[in-house]
Design a protein around this ligand. Structure first.
Ligand code: C5P
Length: 316
């Protein structure tokens, strides 16, 4: 008689959490005068878009600390040490909950680096959500938003997503009502722009007012509520567009090509150099993308829709 076989033991892989967080475009970005803390007061309307960052947080042995790897678009220029905002997010969360920051973070990039679309901020927002789930910390969303704001001006929006009005440094957020889906095309440049340098150029060339009036965005908010892409295209606004163009004059051609292709509106995204064009439909978005490519007006083109959700767990 053959002896009974011992039960096979399958070792479960260590847990990991996969989180996705969106890039953004500023539908309106109004900038006030430089403050003593080195920041500018803003009134901005963020919209999260379908380009997203993915962060996978893996469990590691106790005491292993934080480590980080990056793949995807422009991954070679992203730091993989403690200067990476996602690394800092993991450390900040660990301090907040009183655990050791032991985690391996793997970032897959889709949002352009230093492109004015808050890709690094999305990584930090995703890392907060991923580590919170991995460490089973259960930090309330409001506390995550507070931690996010301490990491950078755009990180809180990466958590919240959809469409929101940002005041303060852009980190005090109020959700905005929208209807339907908007079609966007993004012209990405291989060479990014430094956000502090764009703000510095703003101070030197234009300078912001002491007070910003929330009422100035009324038409834009109405267009969003009505799902009126034509109306929205007419009122897109970015105070950092002039400074970004001063630093990168060739972006004017990228804007012009989009306008010639019938874009409902074309604007520099945040501090640039990515250019965003609003299209009538997916078909029209593809036509604008083709015009940019044919005119050699950018290095990469993305067609996507908005609004998109904020940082969320997509798989354990
Ligand atoms: O907060 P974050 O690190 O994303 O900001 C990068 C830089 O952009 C800041 O150091 C500052 O120079 C500039 N900035 C600003 N006013 C804001 C947001 C950012 O001057 N509201």
């Amino acid at each position: 008689m053959t002896p009974p076989r011992p039960p096979s033991i399958a070792l479960a892989p260590p847990p990991s959490v996969r989180v996705r967080a969106p890039g953004k475009v500023n539908l309106s970005l109004r900038v006030g005068a430089l403050q003593d803390d080195g920041y500018h007061p803003l009134v901005t309307i963020f919209q999260a878009v379908g380009l997203s960052e993915e962060v996978v947080a893996h469990q590691v042995p106790p005491g292993a600390g934080v480590s980080l790897g990056v793949t995807g678009l422009q991954a070679d220029v992203v730091p993989t040490d403690e200067t990476n905002l996602a690394w800092r997010a993991a450390v900040a969360l660990a301090e907040h909950v009183g655990v050791d920051p032991d985690v391996r973070l793997e970032i897959h990039k889709e949002v352009p680096v230093a492109g004015g679309m808050a890709g690094g901020s999305a990584d930090a927002a995703a890392a907060l959500v991923a580590c919170d789930a991995l460490w089973e910390a259960g930090v309330p969303r409001a506390d995550l938003v507070r931690l996010a704001a301490g990491l950078g001006a755009d990180v809180a929006f990466g958590l919240v997503g959809h469409t929101a009005v940002g005041t303060g440094r852009g980190d005090v957020l109020t959700p905005a009502m929208t209807r339907g889906e908007f079609h966007w095309v993004f012209a990405v440049q291989a060479d990014g722009l430094s956000t502090p340098e764009v703000y510095r150029t703003f101070d030197e060339t234009v300078g912001g007012p002491a007070d910003l009036d929330l009422a100035e965005d009324t038409a834009l908010m109405q267009a969003l509520r009505a799902g009126d892409a034509v109306g929205l295209g007419q009122v897109l606004r970015n105070d950092l567009q002039g400074p970004a163009l001063a630093l990168r004059p060739e972006l004017q051609r990228t804007l012009d090509v989009a306008t010639e292709a019938g874009a409902l509106g074309a604007i520099v995204s945040g501090s640039g150099p990515t250019v965003a064009a609003l299209a009538r439909s997916r078909q029209h978005a593809l036509a604008i993308a083709a015009s940019w490519t044919a005119n050699d007006a950018c290095d990469t083109v993305w067609c996507t829709t908005a609004p998109a959700a904020g940082a969320r767990v997509v798989a354990h």
